[in-house]
Design a protein around this ligand. Sequence first.
Ligand code: ADP
Ligand code: MG
Length: 240
Amino acid sequence: MISLKDVSKWYGPFQVLADCSTEVNKGEVVVVCGPSGSGKSTLIKTVNGLEPFQQGEILLDGQSVGAKGTDLSKLRAKVGMVFQHFELFPHLSITENLTLAQVKVLGRSAEEARAKGMKLLQRVGLRTHADKYPGQLSGGQQQRVAIARALSMDPIAMLFDEPTSALDPEMINEVLDVMVELAREGMTMMCVTHEMGFAKKVAHRVIFMDKGAIIEDVPKDEFFENPKSERAKEFLAKIL
Ligand code: ADP
Ligand code: MG
């Protein structure tokens, strides 16, 4: 579903991604972790074309992300993305947040979009909040709406970039629970997160990054029980 081959990226002379290669198959959940500044956000953003890269190749459902002729907005609509900061439109109601892209990008009718939005809102446990505005919801609730909004586009995969790291501790689990459910339903997911409980529960593989490079890309159990690199060992010792 997602394939990266020797992807490299530079900011001026600074190499932020160094020959990154990996594959995420349909239904697979891959957790990406590593120290701050190691290139995790950059990596995940290159996958749906939010960040250009200079070398290598990325295929999304067989389509090249970096190729000149690629319609990036079309490609992006296929992949749901949830960031650290819940990026809902503050001046739109929750319902409007959930229906806007469905109507504008997918051309769904208002009723169809609304029905889909309500179903997803129900699924993330926020059915009664449909007419509120983002500012009236807690951070955890807003992040659940952001996930519902991404799902409303029927994505072929979901990308998460530290979706719980800006949340108060008591709200982290309500967001992780939604992600766990999604993973168990077979959604293809690439998640940057330091929530190792989540990784242990649902990840198939763990990617560990350091200084722009993928240092480990191994089955979950191997990562936790027997990390190969010193850097991964140090990292785990610090966060577990
Ligand atoms: P992570 O998500 O692992 O913390 P990032 O992908 O955000 O790491 O950043 C990787 C590195 O690239 C960091 O050293 C960061 O300072 C640098 N970087 C990120 N964005 C830019 C930019 N727009 N210009 C220059 N350097 C950047
Ligand atoms: Mg980051």
